[in-house]
Design a binder for this molecule. Structure first.
Ligand code: ZN
Length: 132
């Protein structure tokens, strides 16, 4: 079952610059930077109350984040929904006709299990399902 919005992912060109800007906006410190090799990204998170914003910087030209910025510029990259059982969720979505990018969960930041659903099957929104 999908329980809540986990976070919003924002694609940025420069994580340091973006972190400074969001630090000013939220008046709070971000998490330690995490490098996720599998997805070729550096990530920091800001927690504001119950909400989390994830800033994503690509670490090589062929990373999905760099390709996204090349096409669309910086901005909101994905919305993530939290599930209590990602494997059941992915099966359900696939059976209901959603097209998955990842059939099996990957390891994301904070050791979360994550998988993406193709934007074209959810009204143009890149959607992440995650589980803590
Ligand atoms: Zn995410």
């Amino acid at each position: 079952m999908i329980n809540k919005i986990s976070h919003l992912g924002i694609a940025v060109k420069d994580l340091k610059t973006a972190s400074e800007m969001y630090r000013k906006l939220f008046q709070t410190e971000p998490s330690e930077m995490e490098h996720i090799e599998e997805q070729k990204v550096n990530v920091v998170k800001f927690t504001i109350g119950q909400s989390t914003i994830e800033l994503l910087e690509g670490t090589s030209e062929d990373s999905p984040i760099c390709r996204f910025i090349e096409k669309k510029g910086e901005g909101i990259h994905h919305i993530a929904y939290e599930s209590d059982n990602i494997n059941i969720e992915l099966n359900r979505l696939e059976n209901d006709g959603f097209e998955l990018i990842n059939n099996k969960p990957l390891t994301g930041s904070d050791n979360m299990l994550i998988a993406f659903v193709k934007p074209k099957s959810i009204g143009g929104v890149l959607t992440e399902i995650c589980q803590h």
